[in-house]
Design a protein around this ligand. Structure first.
Ligand code: PEP
Ligand code: MG
Length: 826
C-alpha cells in the first residue's frame, strides 16, 4: 500500500538536525519505507535517517511530501498526517542568531587608529590573550589505516564515552552530545559505512567515504545552518577513527598554557570542549556561522567569538597579545598603548556591569519598603534547575513535568522520574520546588497516549481530566514525587482543577499510592498539595478550596483566556487577550484575598509574572510569589526595589476600579513615569581618583558607566553625541575643568557625571588645555533648555577659585553631590 502526506515546511530554519530527529523518531515506529521528497529541489531521503532528512535541504516554505510504502502504511499515514500538521511545525525553537546589522564603533577607540580586523559577531564579550593557532588532526591521516576493531565495537566505545560525558554535562553541552549520539545511530551513516566494509574496504575507508558523501550533500545545501552540520559529522568520524585505531596513538589533545585567543579554520564541538577553559579567553574562526554547535557552546560558556577572519589575516600575530570584541565584531592586532588602554578599560567596564547585575542575583526579592515577594523560576527539565538558582531563583515556582513525557515513544518510568525530581530538589538546596503533575492533552499531545483529536482542545480532555483514564501513569508520577520528597521542600501542584470533586479525587489517589508504598515498605517524604488557578470557577469557592489544599498558583496564561473566552492561539481574537482587563484584575484580587483570608499561600506562574510594566500591580495584589523564566529573575528583583508596596496597593485598588484596559494602562504609565526618573545627580555617576590616560578614556568611562547604571542602552551612540559636540569646540574650560555635554535622544535618564582624575589629561590644544576634573552633562530632549541652564550655571561657578578648589578636594562622592546640588540649586 502507498500513501502520501503533502505539506509545506513551516520550520524557520528548515529541516536541520533537531526537527529531523523528531521526524525520524516518529517514522521509525513503522515498518513501511518512508521517504521525504522535497518538491522544490527534487531531493529525496529516507525519513528514518536524520542525515538523509537533513540532506534533502528542506527550507522554510518548501513544498514536501512524505511517501509511505509498506504493510502498515495506513496507520503510519494517520499518525504522520496528524504529526505533520500539529507537532512538526513547533518542534524547533528559534535559533539565537546575533544581529549582524552595522555596529557603531566607539570613538574612544577609533581616535587611536586601531589595526582592526572586522569580523562576524558570534558571541559577545571582550577577550584578551596570546593568539594561538589550533592545529587539527586531519581525517586523511587514517587513509591507509588498518583498524583494530569492528565498526560495531568502535561505535559502542564512542557511544559509551559520549554517554559518560552526558552524565556530567548541562544545558547546551548535553544537547549537543545528544545530537552526536543521534548521528552515531543514523541509518545513512551506518548503511554507507557497512556497505563500504562489505565491499572489502577498510573500516577507515568506509568511514571516510561515508563522511565525504554526507558532507558533500550538506555543503550543497542553500542553508548555512545545514552546511554548519558538517563539523558535527567530522567530529563523530574523527572520534570513531581514533577509537578504532588505538595503535596509531592519535591524540586530539591541544594544550593551552596561558590566557589565549584560539584561531582556527573551524573547530568541532568536541575540539572546543577539549580546550582548557581556564586559559581559553576567545575564539576567532574562519568558517563558523552563528548557529554552529561550537558557537552555541562558546555562548553557553561566555567565551567571546567572531568568525569570517582568515588565518592569514592574523598569521603575523601568532604568539602576540590580541584583543577580540565579540560585541563589536573586531579583532585588534598590534594594539598600541592607547588601543590597549581602550580595551583594558572596556574589560573593566564589563566587569563592573557584571558586578552590578550580580548584586541583584543574590539579593532577597523585596520592595524598597522591605516587603518580600518570592521570585522563583519556571523550569521544564532538570538541567534548567541549577542555572536558574545561579540566576537568583528563590525557589522553583513551576516545574512543568509534562516535558518529561513529550518527544519520546513511551512514558518515563518511576526511576527516571524519581531521578529527575530528586535532581531538581537537590539543586534547590532546601528552597521550595513546586512540581506540577503532567499537564498533558489539549495543546500538549503525547503520541503514545493516543488521545482523541479535539476541536476545542483548551476546553477539552487534558491535565487532571485524563488522569482517571491513565491512572497507572498518574500513580507512577505521584510515587516518584513521594519518593523524591525527602530530598527537599516538595510541593505538588495539580493543573486545570475546576471543582472540589476533582481535588478530592486526587487526594484519594495520593492516599492510595501512599498505602501501597507503606505496604511495600518504600520510604517517602512529606509534600504540600496545591492547585493551579487557571479556571475562573475556582475563584468563587476559594473558601472551599482552602479546606482542601495547602497553596495556590495562578496560571495567568490560561486564566486570562478562560475568563475572557479568548483562544490565545487564534489571531482573529488575539487583541482581546489582555490580562490588564479590569475583570481579570478583580479575579486576581478575589483569588489572592480568598487564599489569604484562610492563611494560604498564593503565587503566580504565568507569563504575566515577568512583565515589568505589570509588576507594580502584581505587588499591589499581594501575591506571595512570582515565578518566571530564569533570565527575568535578576531584572525583576532589581525592578522590585524601586517600588513602595503601599503605593502598589493603592495602584492595584485604583486599577480594579477602572472601566477599561486603556484606563488601566494610563494608570500604569503615570505610575511608571513617577517611579522611573533617576536623579540628575547621584553618587553612582561620581568617579573619584580616576587613573585616565587620555580624554578618550575619560569619556569612554563616564559614558560606559551610564550604561552600567541603566541610564542609557545606547552607549556608543551617546558617546558619538558627546564627541560630535567636541568636534565643534572643545569643552575644556581652563583651570583643569572640562564640561563635555550633549542634549540627546540616546540618554534615557538625564545625568550629570563626574570624574576627578589623579593626573590631568590633554583636553584641548589651548595653552590651558589640560583637564583633571570632568563634569559631563547628558540630558535628554524632554528637559527643554535645562541643558544650557546647567551648563551656563556651572561655567559661572567655575570662574571662582573657591568653588574649583572645594570640588577638587571633596573627600567623598556624597559630599560632591551635596555640594553641587546646593551650588547649582538642583
Ligand atoms: C498558565 O496557564 O499560566 C501556566 C503557567 O500553565 P501553562 O503555561 O503550562 O499552561
Ligand atoms: Mg496553564
Amino acid at each position: 500500500m502507498k500513501k502520501e502526506v503533502a505539506f509545506t515546511c513551516e520550520l524557520p530554519n528548515g529541516i536541520h538536525a533537531r526537527p529531523a530527529n523528531h521526524l525520524e523518531a516518529v517514522c521509525s515506529k513503522f515498518n513501511s519505507d518512508i521517504t521525504l521528497k522535497n518538491l522544490r529541489n527534487g531531493n529525496e531521503g529516507s525519513a528514518k535517517s536524520v542525515l538523509s532528512l537533513v540532506g534533502t535541504d528542506t527550507l522554510l516554505n518548501d513544498p514536501c511530501s512524505l511517501i509511505i510504502e509498506g504493510d502498515d502504511a495506513e496507520s503510519a499515514f494517520e499518525t504522520l498526517a496528524k504529526y505533520i500538521q500539529e507537532e512538526f511545525p513547533h518542534c524547533d525553537e528559534a535559533l539565537e542568531v546575533m544581529e549582524q546589522g552595522d555596529v557603531l564603533l566607539p570613538q574612544s577607540l577609533m581616535h587611536h587608529n586601531p589595526n582592526l580586523v572586522h569580523a562576524k559577531r558570534l558571541s559577545t564579550g571582550i577577550a584578551k590573550g596570546k593568539l594561538v593557532r589550533y592545529t587539527d588532526v586531519e581525517l586523511s591521516l587514517f587513509n591507509d589505516a588498518e583498524s583494530d576493531m569492528s565498526f560495531a565495537q568502535a561505535k559502542q566505545a564512542v557511544t559509551e564515552t559520549l554517554l559518560a560525558k552526558a552524565e556530567t554535562a548541562n544545558g547546551q553541552e548535553k544537547e549537543i552530545i545528544n545530537a552526536h549520539l543521534g548521528i552515531l545511530k543514523d541509518e545513512a551513516l551506518n548503511s554507507q559505512v557497512m556497505d563500504a566494509v562489505s565491499q572489502g574496504k577498510t573500516l577507515a575507508r568506509g568511514i571516510l567515504t561515508a563522511v565525504a558523501s554526507i558532507t558533500e550533500t550538506l555543503l550543497q545545501s542553500s542553508s548555512d545552518y545545514l552546511k554548519e552540520r558538517v563539523l558535527d559529522i567530522k567530529d563523530i568520524a574523527l572520534q570513531l577513527l581514533i577509537t578504532a585505531h588505538p595503535h596509531m596513538n592519535v591524540s586530539t589533545e591541544f594544550t593551552l598554557t596561558e590566557a589565549s585567543i584560539v584561531i582556527a579554520n573551524d573547530l568541532t564541538p568536541s575540539q572546543f570542549l577539549g580546550l582548557d577553559r581556564a586559559h581559553l579567553q576567545g575564539l576567532i574562526l574562519t568558517q563558523a556561522g552563528s548557529t554552529s554547535h561550537t558557537v552555541i557552546l562558546a555562548r553557553a560558556f561566555n567565551i567571546p567569538a567572531v568568525s569570517g577572519v582568515s588565518i592569514d589575516q592574523c598569521a603575523s600575530q601568532e604568539g602576540e597579545l590580541v584583543y577580540v570584541d565579540g560585541g563589536l565584531g573586531v579583532v585588534a592586532l598590534e594594539a598600541s598603548q592607547d588601543v590597549a588602554t581602550y580595551f583594558e578599560r572596556a574589560i573593566w567596564l564589563a566587569e563592573q556591569k557584571a558586578k552590578v547585575e550580580s548584586e541583584f542575583v543574590n539579593d532577597a526579592a523585596q520592595t524598597k519598603d522591605g516587603k518580600h515577594i518570592e521570585i522563583a523560576a519556571n523550569i521544564a527539565c532538570t538541567v534548567e534547575a541549577e542555572p536558574a538558582f545561579a540566576k537568583g531563583a528563590e525557589g522553583v515556582g513551576l516545574f512543568r513535568t509534562e516535558m518529561l513525557f513529550m518527544d519520546r515513544a513511551t512514558a518515563p518510568d518511576e526511576d527516571e522520574q524519581f531521578n529527575a525530581y530528586k535532581a531538581v530538589l537537590e539543586a534547590a538546596e532546601g528552597k521550595a520546588v513546586i512540581i506540577r503533575t503532567m499537564d498533558i492533552g489539549g495543546d500538549k499531545p503525547i503520541d503514545y497516549l493516543n488521545l482523541p483529536h479535539e476541536h476545542n482542545p483548551f476546553l477539552g480532555y487534558r491535565a487532571v481530566r485524563i488522569y482517571p483514564q491513565f491512572i497507572a501513569l498518574f500513580h507512577t508520577q505521584i510515587r516518584a514525587i513521594l519518593r523524591a520528597a525527602p530530598f527537599g521542600h516538595t510541593k505538588v501542584m495539580i493543573p486545570m482543577i475546576q471543582s472540589i470533586e476533582e481535588i478530592r479525587w486526587v487526594k484519594e489517589q495520593i492516599a492510595t499510592v501512599k498505602a501501597v508504598m507503606d505496604s511495600e515498605g518504600v520510604a517517602y517524604g512529606d509534600i504540600e498539595l496545591g492547585i493551579m488557578v487557571e479556571i475562573p470557577s475556582v475563584a468563587f469557592i476559594m473558601d472551599q478550596f482552602c479546606k482542601e489544599v495547602d497553596f495556590f498558583s495562578i496560571g495567568s496564561n490560561d486564566m486570562t483566556q478562560y475568563l475572557l473566552a479568548v483562544d490565545r492561539d487564534n489571531d482573529n481574537v488575539a487583541k482581546l487577550y489582555n490580562s490588564l482587563a479590569p475583570s481579570f484584575l478583580r479575579l486576581l484580587k478575589a483569588v489572592v484575598e480568598g487564599a489569604h483570608e484562610h492563611g494560604k499561600w498564593v503565587g503566580l506562574c504565568g507569563e504575566l509574572g515577568a512583565n515589568k510594566k505589570v509588576l507594580p500591580l502584581l505587588v499591589g495584589a499581594g501575591l506571595d510569589e512570582l515565578s518566571m523564566a530564569a533570565p527575568s529573575i535578576a531584572p525583576t528583583k532589581a525592578a522590585l526595589r524601586q517600588f513602595d508596596s503601599e503605593q502598589c496597593r493603592d495602584l492595584f485598588a485604583q486599577a480594579c476600579d477602572c472601566a477599561t484596559i486603556a484606563d488601566v494602562e494610563a494608570l500604569l504609565d503615570a505610575f511608571s513615569k513617577a517611579q522611573e526618573d533617576k536623579p540628575l545627580l547621584a553618587t553612582e555617576c561620581v568617579l573619584l581618583d580616576c587613573e585616565f590616560n587620555s580624554k578618550e578614556e575619560a569619556i569612554q568611562t563616564l559614558v560606559g558607566n551610564l550604561g552600567i547604571r541603566g541610564r542609557t542602552h545606547l552607549v556608543s551612540e551617546l558617546e558619538a553625541d558627546i564627541w560630535a559636540r567636541e568636534a565643534v569646540f572643545s569643552t575644556g574650560l581652563g583651570n583643569g575643568f572640562a564640561i563635555p555635554h550633549t542634549k540627546s535622544d540616546n540618554i534615557a535618564h538625564s545625568s550629570i557625571s563626574i570624574a576627578r582624575l589623579k593626573k590631568p589629561v590633554r583636553w584641548s590644544e589651548d595653552e590651558d588645555g589640560d583637564a583633571e576634573f570632568v563634569i559631563m552633562l547628558t540630558l535628554n530632549k524632554d528637559q527643554g533648555d535645562q541643558h544650557m541652564r546647567i551648563f551656563s550655571g556651572l561655567a559661572r561657578k567655575l570662574i571662582h577659585e573657591n568653588f574649583r578648589n572645594t570640588l577638587k578636594s571633596m573627600p567623598t562622592e556624597d559630599e560632591v553631590i551635596a555640594f553641587l546640588k546646593s551650588e547649582l540649586a538642583l
